[in-house]
Design a protein around this ligand. Structure first.
Ligand SMILES: Nc1ncnc2c1ncn2[C@@H]1O[C@H](COP(=O)(O)OP(=O)(O)OP(=O)(O)O)[C@@H](O)[C@H]1O
Length: 373
């Protein structure tokens, strides 16, 4: 396989004249490589991944050279579907061009490999967060994809499933595919990773050449680097717009480009209701109101995540929750947590990895509050 995805002076903003989420990106990703995208919150990682995967179209520049079969796991997966897990995967497989029987075969195989075959006939909206995430990953692997794009795909998976996904990424690379991923764990696949792309938000007030870099995995990231850099798997430059281009684009309307029709089937609900609004913990929920510490100082405004989990009746709250987490536990084992967004992955890890006697947490919902999406 010798293809390479190329982004040429790509920019994306979500409304005409609005701020750029990413801007002036020149990027090449080659077959057989593993590329990690890193950077701070709101830096444009998810936007860049969607553009690479072809589920979103750039407002400026162009993307070329994607392989025909691609898979994408979004950061948030629409789980509120009336279809069963296997029917959903079969449906997505058919959209990717597989025959029904083959789509069902592959779907069942992936469910089994991720330890979710027991949920094949369960409706998506009844799946736990962890099982739903397994379906989210499985749908991206149908085909199989030459280019696989994973946006926090490990989050919410149990430990065995996370290890399976690590293996699958290596297998995709060995088969000549490319994998691009974002993950909160800096050690994720560090031994296999080819390149780290580090993104920072474009600063519209800054001169051309805002930060962005591509460096080989394991090497030091140049601080405040601007312009371009290369490594074995990818090369990238950011913020290359000239002042003239910048002033033109600032007043222009983003092209009404649509996502590449040959791209991955976007795992966004085309049927079924939207995700339910985030409910508060049920009124009158019994049990202690615990607070390891108040949610407050140091927390970004609007940066809270609510997590609902179910443990065994009489379960205790697992040890190791971060200080700034608020929780409420009912005698029936319903656990409601309010956590700063930046801590949500850590909290999910504590719940999923809790050992006896606090083990067995089933993540039912993860909802973000107050995010400008
Ligand atoms: N659908 C959208 N509509 C409007 N603005 C958006 C949308 N998606 C992202 N943005 C904005 O674009 C910028 C980059 O967001 P993006 O989600 O790509 O960053 P990120 O690095 O993935 O952030 P995070 O680590 O929080 O997931 C942010 O300012 C964000 O608010």
């Amino acid at each position: 396989m010798s293809w390479a995805v190329r982004l040429e002076n790509v920019g994306r903003r979500y409304r005409a004249g609005g701020p750029w989420a990413v801007r002036g990106v020149d990027l090449e990703i080659r077959a057989g490589t593993l590329v990690r995208v890193a950077g701070g919150k709101g830096g444009g990682k998810s936007t860049l991944l969607r553009l690479i995967a072809g589920v979103d179209a750039p407002s400026a520049g162009r993307v070329r050279g994607r392989p025909p079969a691609r898979g994408y796991v979004p950061e948030r997966f629409p789980a509120s579907l009336p279809l069963t897990a296997l029917d959903y995967l079969t449906h997505l497989g058919r959209i990717r061009g597989l025959r029904t029987r083959e789509a069902a075969r592959q779907g069942a195989r992936w469910l089994e490999r991720f330890g979710a075959d027991g949920y094949a006939d369960t409706r998506m909206r009844e799946l736990s967060k962890g099982s739903s995430q397994k379906v989210a990953v499985a749908q991206a692997l149908l085909g199989p994809p030459g280019l696989l794009v994973l946006d926090e795909a490990w989050t919410g998976l149990d430990r065995p499933a996370r290890a399976v996904l690590d293996d699958v990424v290596r297998e995709r690379m060995a088969a000549g595919g490319a994998v691009v991923f974002v993950d909160h764990d800096p050690s994720r696949l560090a031994d296999a990773c080819t390149t780290v792309l580090r993104v920072t938000p474009p600063d519209s007030t800054a001169p051309a050449g805002s930060a962005g870099s591509a460096v080989p995995c394991g090497s030091a990231v140049p601080s405040g680097s601007a312009g371009s850099a290369t490594s074995a798997g990818a090369s990238m430059s950011f913020g290359a717009a000239t002042p003239a281009e910048a002033s033109t684009s600032a007043g222009s309307v983003a092209p009404a480009g649509s996502a590449d029709p040959a791209g991955p089937a976007v795992p966004v609900a085309s049927a079924g209701p939207a995700a339910p609004p985030a409910p508060d913990a049920p009124a009158g929920a019994a049990g202690p109101v615990g607070a390891a510490g108040p949610v407050g100082g140091g927390v970004r405004q609007g940066g809270l995540t609510r997590i609902e989990a179910l443990g065994a009746p009489g379960a205790r709250v697992p040890a190791g929750l971060p200080q700034d987490v608020r929780w409420r536990l009912t005698p029936g084992g319903d656990l409601f947590l309010t956590v700063p967004h930046a801590r949500s992955d850590e909290v999910l890890r504590v719940l999923l990895n809790a050992g006896p006697p606090e083990s067995g947490w089933h993540i039912r919902a993860v909802r973000e509050e107050g995010e400008n999406r």
